[in-house]
Write a protein that binds this ligand. Sequence first.
Ligand SMILES: NC(=O)c1ccc[n+]([C@@H]2O[C@H](COP(=O)([O-])OP(=O)(O)OC[C@H]3O[C@@H](n4cnc5c(N)ncnc54)[C@H](OP(=O)(O)O)[C@@H]3O)[C@@H](O)[C@H]2O)c1
Length: 330
Amino acid sequence: MTYNSNPNRYSDMIYRRCGNSGIKLSALSLGLWHNFGDVDVLENYRNILHIAFDSGITHFDLANNYGPPPGSAETNFGRILHEDFKSYRDEIIISTKAGYTMWDGPYGDWGSKKYLVSSLDQSLKRMKLDYVDIFYHHRPDPETPLEETMAALDLIVRQGKALYVGISNYRAPEAAKAFEILKQMGTPCLIHQPKYSMFERWVEGGLLDVLEQYGVGCIPFSPLAQGLLTNKYLNGIPADSRAAIGHFLKADMITPERLKQILALNKIATERDQSLAQMALAWLLKDKRVTSVLIGASKPAQLADSLLCLRNIEFSNDELITIESILNYF
Ligand SMILES: NC(=O)c1ccc[n+]([C@@H]2O[C@H](COP(=O)([O-])OP(=O)(O)OC[C@H]3O[C@@H](n4cnc5c(N)ncnc54)[C@H](OP(=O)(O)O)[C@@H]3O)[C@@H](O)[C@H]2O)c1
């Protein structure tokens, strides 16, 4: 069946400028790390992509290694892009990354020019695209000179294979160095993708200031702490949840102390007339330096729930103080 997007898709979404760039991103972006691989159900993730775009989400985030198996999320996204979203390509920001292990041998990992350029070529083939909108270096490489990695990003833009570049998982000092190098090359960094949520707050210790100083956007990943910041684990571990089946969120991370914290946060969310997921996303968006929040979803209903966070992204001082006391309690 032909897919026609909701003509009112832009009416309820918030769009924020990404640093000092010309690009605005939807306040929520959809990540394809989990749930879009060959092990997943096509009709389910197709539906998730339709709901996202129909709701004004313009940004879809991938990486070379997303799946499983690695690469399959890009292949599957490319298929749906061409089958359903072909006429909407210019309304969509697609990002991909390289930086983690992708293929055997010394050129399939980390941050060499050899790896980044060949990996993006492979990503473009998998997605059947001429270019991506954003290409990221996925994690800092302690052994490759930063100048080489940044030169690879600059080259990729000059080759027309990406319009913008970003970095991910870089701490504040190394991010600042990367921004300086890229600025000198004439390819300013568009965006930084750090892990940031109520439960993971290292970015507040300097990175957000550096991003503001350099006019670089911020797109926090795992904003729901992979599902911990929702009500799904309040009554045990559901069999189809990431904690039950995934490798990255382990059941033993849901300690009694964590559960107490989640319960206390859930109470405040209820008082705000929000689900805990909605409050956790709104809590990140209250900071204007956060351009967009990069969510995941395994079911259409989760995405529909998370989208409603935009109805209230304001917090009273009292709410912020209570949240702070819960987050600092354990
Ligand atoms: N740059 C990096 O190094 C890096 C690393 C990780 C992720 N990322 C990016 O960030 C994206 C998001 O990461 P993430 O998937 O960990 O994000 P997340 O939003 O913290 O977690 C998503 C998971 O939370 C649960 N969930 C989502 N919405 C829910 C709701 N409304 N109610 C109840 N449960 C809900 C689902 O878990 P269940 O599956 O259990 O249903 C879902 O799979 C990735 O897809 C990727 O694009 C980047």
